[in-house]
Design a protein around this ligand. Structure first.
Ligand code: IPM
Ligand code: MN
Length: 373
């Protein structure tokens, strides 16, 4: 069996951690009887600086031939913050309508969490972050003056929306950003979260801020309630986002699946990453169940460590395990996760986790482990 997978190393430490990840996934393939044909894309800062290209039509055409992309990281000190993030990472998420951002928060055996009284069985849940809407739709404006007329649009496969605005103000300067939640956009990700909860502990928490941002998150809540009616065996609850940050720290064992709009999902998954042992261990999947999905570490590109072979590849390898799950190689996915856990128990880890191993050494070690664990 052969799987074709696209790889984008990207910037900073991205190429090194993706190289380590590929090695581990290839080893998993050898053991479990499949082969991955990798196609590398040079999308990232280097190409942008040389040609001005972020994500081209040609990239999109080529990437659309794959059901999975393995992605390193984006961000480079030579480029203004936001350009690569919006022009490449968010562009891929939106273009391929990767509406589910799946972020497991799981404390592995042997990992130190700042929550000293918690054990691996206490921290094991999944955040399902909506990945295309909310304040991430990227429409807004900033102006000085008394009046601005503006047309703002969001064009998606699922729907499009157009705001014709005529703004008058006596403030010196004004900025606004529009957050968008739609019924179809919320419904599909909430449904996915219910289905996932059904395969786990049958508990789903919805996170919002409907007490203050009552239009956008009021709609989110209504959609959640409507979808819940079709899943009578799943226990549900609502949490406000401020409160959920407190419960993640105090009682993480309460959570099984958490579903949240995009921006709160961004914030609470960094907190989730910390309680599972740090950003070096936190993977994510950007999923379109019918299209092209993308798997990446949650962390950034750490440009100052570029080329030094010191970056922790575990989040990327774990993202690789999620990729394997996505393409149907469930046994291999589980073995990759066991290998990660074993390498931590063996103390075969990079500097940030208290070890002295290089990125490439950890990759080789995991590749060897994956053949046996
Ligand atoms: C993440 C990142 C991105 C986000 C940035 C880099 C655009 O923080 O994947 O969580 O905000 O979604
Ligand atoms: Mn983030």
């Amino acid at each position: 069996m052969q799987h074709r997978v696209a790889a984008i190393g990207g910037d900073g430490i991205g190429p090194e951690i993706v190289a380590a990840g590929k090695e581990v996934l290839d080893a998993a393939g050898e053991r479990f009887g499949f082969d991955i044909a990798w196609t590398d894309f040079d999308i990232g800062a280097e190409r942008y600086l040389a040609t001005g290209d972020l994500l081209t039509e040609e990239d999109i055409r080529e990437l659309s031939k794959f059901s999975a992309i393995y992605f390193g990281s984006i961000g480079d000190t030579r480029v203004k913050p936001g350009v690569l993030e919006k022009g490449i990472l968010l562009a891929i998420r939106f273009h391929f309508d990767q509406y589910i951002n799946l972020r497991p928060i799981k404390l592995l055996e042997g990992v130190t969490t700042p929550l000293a009284n918690k054990r691996p069985e206490d921290i094991d849940f999944v955040v399902v972050r909506e990945n295309t809407e909310d304040f991430y739709v990227g429409i807004g404006s900033r102006f000085k003056g008394v009046r601005e007329e503006k047309t703002l649009e969001v064009v998606r496969d699922l729907y499009s929306v157009k705001f014709g605005l005529d703004v008058e103000t006596d403030a010196d300067e004004l900025a606004y950003q529009i957050g968008v939640i739609t019924r179809p956009g919320a419904e599909r990700v909430i449904r996915y979260a219910f289905d996932l909860a059904g395969r786990r502990q049958k508990k789903l928490t919805s996170v919002d801020k409907a007490n203050v941002l009552s239009d956008v998150y009021g709609l989110w809540r209504d959609v959640f309630t409507d979808v819940a009616a079709g899943y009578p065996d799943i226990a549900t609850e609502f949490n406000f986002v401020d409160a959920v940050t407190m419960w993640f720290v105090k009682n993480p064992e309460w959570f099984d699946v958490v579903v949240t709009p995009n921006m709160f999902g961004d914030i609470i998954t960094d907190l989730g990453a910390m309680i599972q042992g740090g950003l070096g261990l936190a993977p994510g999947g950007n999923i379109n169940p019918e299209g092209t999905s993308m798997f990446e570490p949650i962390h950034g590109s750490a440009p100052k460590y570029r080329g030094l072979d010191v970056a922790n590849p575990l989040a990327t390898v774990w993202a690789g395990s999620m990729l394997l799950d996505h393409i149907g190689e469930h046994d291999a996915a589980a073995a990759v996760l066991r290998a990660i856990e074993q390498s931590i128990l063996d103390g075969f880890v990079t500097r940030d986790m208290g070890g002295a191993k290089k990125t490439s050494e950890v990759g080789q070690y995991l590749a060897a482990l994956v053949r046996t664990v």
